[in-house]
Design a protein around this ligand. Sequence first.
Ligand SMILES: Cc1ncc(COP(=O)(O)O)c(C=O)c1O
Length: 394
Amino acid sequence: MNFPILNQKINKNRLVYLDNAATTQKPIEVITAIKEFYEKDNANVHRGLHELSLRSSIQYEDAHKTIAEFINANEEEIIFTSGTTESINLLANSFEQILKPNDEIIVTEMEHHSNFVPWQQLAIRNKLKLKIIPIKEDLSLDLEAAKKLITKKTKMVAVTHISNVLGTINPIKEIIKLAHQNNALTIIDAAQSISHLKINVKNLDCDFLAFSGHKMFGPTGIGVLFGKKHLLDKLPPSKFGGGMIKEVTTKHSTWNDLPWKFEAGTPNISGAIGLTKAIEFINKMGINNIEKHNNELTKYAISKLKTLKNIKIYSTKNQGPLISFTLKDIHPHDVSEILNIDGIATRAGNHCAMPLMTKLKIQGTNRISFQIYNTKEDIDILIKALTKVQEVFK
Ligand SMILES: Cc1ncc(COP(=O)(O)O)c(C=O)c1O
């Protein structure tokens, strides 16, 4: 395992990178693949009639296959986007032509703005009802409330797999089943789970799934929207341009086959190639090993954080690889800035989840998040530094 960026010092200290929920670092295989693509193969895709275009087209098409295999989908069900945010916006915009006034969309109180605002804005535009599944005291989703909220009027249930603030792993299989019993569709935001839990879209039976390459060891600017083929076939595109058409006349246009129908314009070719290498890296490490490693670190970190005084830890029963906490009377931004002096990278703020902050009656939290390259020593360094932060503010 070689992550060159981690071999550096920040303020003369070893970099301790605990901001993986924001973005993961990149293994050498990913960096090299992107460099080599631009050095050897760069050309536009869609099979131009020269060697370089054929090479880049094949690699770009193969990237769809690699991603499809990774989540047990078919390759035409894999649409490349710029990330989770674009995937969900693409979907919401395509549904604009389908949903009618008084149709209902369900989101949860713990959604990232990316899986909240596109649905809220669609609801405003199309006069739909947006309903929100609340969270319980123990920071899990209120499934009893969900059972009442999801009805025959529900058209889409949009839910995150793992909360990017609380780390809560949601019972998505149950929610998907509930939605389907009511003939509603589901979109799972897998931004936080894709590099931590094995995702099998056939087994989950989700209708759509979104994730970002950069949160799974891949480059920024590439992401995925998975959709079941029969649904994507019926869904109108919401972005128009080159590559996505079959025929254009002055009066009308027809759409290309899947997945190209949803991939207008020159795509992020090097990003897709980098993401392929990131998936090969995950497969080499073994997703189950990554999950086990990150779970151990999460448990260890919670037990260590609990030894500090005046700390509130937002931990829950079924916790993913990230932890939010607040230190009494110290602003989260101050905490993060002081940790940075010791070379520790953490995140502070509302984590793009303002409705959740409102529910928790807080402005923000500090968040630490783990990946395969983190160690218990990283956590020990963090705990020592947090003790220092508390001393500074005494
Ligand atoms: C749960 C969740 N959803 C969506 C996003 C948005 O991802 P991106 O900015 O890569 O589109 C994030 C990013 O932090 C996230 O944690």
